[in-house]
Design a protein around this ligand. Structure first.
Ligand code: AMP
Length: 449
């Protein structure tokens, strides 16, 4: 595949949605939801998209990239109203719901129907939804494949648009078989958009998406964090991580905070521990049911719970407008994951802070991240004496949390116990929507991820 053409920036892009050539029903919907003027990625991508080009869009989270791909699809749909017109793939379930909501609101004056196909939700209900031929499908790859293989009468033969959101993640090897399978059964003649905050330039990886003469639009240089984000680190001996977390939670009590952990086990453990110490915390990870996950997100979004303790299933793409602070309880091993995590705060021009805990084993990792973001983080000031005053209470709460987890595992029987003793403790969490006949299928190994 030849390298994608870079969009020229020499001409001034249109300042309004009307100037961009959008049709009245879209202008009406944009007005209703108060999108008064296009964001930069929308200004850059829309002219090419409306010309019918394939697009590689690189834009940081919060830049308005969802509307950048949704608007041209809806405009084409208006000319050619058809069921199963576009399919949007997303790596996580919550992101899929968020994208579908945006299609619904932008398409409100057009009567657009969309359907979300993700794991953890009832297959039959989804199959009934498919029979009604929605215009837009938003799916995680595993569940879409499941329907392509098992739902009678459903195919994507009429598809006109394929979008991969968080495309660099979807084109990773561990989504490989599902993506390949989907690409095999959809029309070659289609428009393809790849959007992501971080985007690979590896030709082999991009080739898999079978783009035709794509144009690359980029509104911020690769791997950047926004300037309104203040980034700190906190040096902590490994054994004192819990007590430092509580110290931070105490000091930052009035803020809404996302705490990222590497494992499901820690997300669950810390949220129990925080709650027992009186902090309004709720966990979000891949081992909760989908309704629990949506419930957790809802409580956090509404401000009912101020602390969300999450694994990386919540690190990408989620639009949580009011996150004040991101705490990395575990430093992410990949710089890209760091950028996605801290991108949950300081969105759309707002300010925000991130605090990354760095233990004696993490020094190399933080240096690598600083190199990639091209910024030095500042040390978060702590009062060691004050921290240690909390130690006894925190140790007790941590013990209680472990006991509660053990009790829960015992009550849930073997399946859960296996998770607590094995997977949950050691493995990075991922969205486990690849299910065959109720049995999670083994994925390619994800060395180092
Ligand atoms: P996204 O990058 O797609 O996750 O969008 C980030 C946030 O910006 C979402 O809350 C969108 O609703 C909002 N947004 C997108 N486009 C615009 C616009 N043109 N004007 C105002 N807000 C927007």
């Amino acid at each position: 595949m030849p390298s994608p053409e870079e969009a020229s920036t020499s001409t001034t892009p249109p300042e309004t949605f009307k100037e961009l050539g959008l049709i009245d029903p879209l202008l009406e919907a944009l007005d209703k939801i108060n999108f008064t003027k296009p964001t930069e990625i929308q200004q850059e991508a829309l002219p090419h998209a409306l010309e019918g080009r394939d697009i590689i869009g690189v834009a940081e989270t919060g830049s308005g990239k969802t509307a950048a791909f949704a608007l041209p699809i809806l405009q084409k749909l208006w000319d050619e109203p058809k069921g199963l017109f576009a399919c949007i793939l997303a790596p996580t379930r919550e992101l899929a719901y968020q994208i579908a909501q945006q299609f619904e609101s932008l398409g409100s004056a057009m009567g657009v129907r969309s359907l979300v196909l993700v794991g953890g939700m009832d297959r039959m209900q989804q199959a009934v939804g498919l029979a009604k031929r929605p215009h837009i499908i938003v799916a995680t790859p595993g569940r879409l494949n499941d329907h392509l293989q098992n739902t009678k009468g459903f195919s994507l033969r009429s598809l006109k648009f394929l979008v991969m959101d968080e495309a660099d993640r979807l084109l990773d090897m561990d989504f490989g078989p599902e993506i390949d399978q989907i690409l095999k059964v959809i029309p070659k003649e289609r428009t393809t958009y790849l959007f992501s905050a971080t985007m690979t330039t590896k030709v082999a990886k991009l080739q898999r998406a079978s783009l035709i003469n794509p144009i690359r639009v980029e509104v911020s240089s690769k791997y950047q964090t926004v300037s309104t984000l203040l980034q700190y680190y906190l040096l902590v001996p490994l054994v004192h991580k819990d007590v430092h977390l509580i110290y931070l939670a105490n000091h930052l009590a009035s803020n809404s905070i996302m705490i990222f952990t590497r494992t499901v086990h820690d997300a669950q453990r810390l949220s129990i521990m925080l709650r027992s110490l009186g902090f309004p915390a709720v966990p979000l990870h891949g081992q909760l049911s989908q309704s629990q996950r949506l419930g957790a997100l809802g409580k956090f979004k509404s401000g009912d719970r101020k602390l969300l303790v999450a694994t990386d299933v919540a690190s990408r793409g989620l639009d949580l407008p009011s996150v004040d602070i991101v705490i990395n309880f575990d430093i992410p091993t990949h710089s890209k994951d760091y950028i996605h995590r801290v991108g949950r705060t300081a969105r759309a021009g707002r300010s925000g802070k991130s605090i990354t805990m760095v233990t004696q084993y993490d020094v190399e990792l933080i240096q690598r991240i600083e190199k990639v973001i091209d910024k030095k983080m500042e040390l978060w000031p702590t009062d060691k004496e004050e921290v240690m005053l909390l130690k006894e209470r925190v140790d007790e709460a941590a013990r209680l949390a472990i006991n509660e987890l053990k009790e829960e595992a015992k009550a849930a029987g073997g399946k859960k116990r296996r998770r607590e003793d094995g997977f949950g403790r050691d493995e990075r969490d991922r969205d486990d929507d690849v299910v065959e006949a109720g049995v999670p299928r083994k994925r390619h190994s994800k060395k180092g991820r």
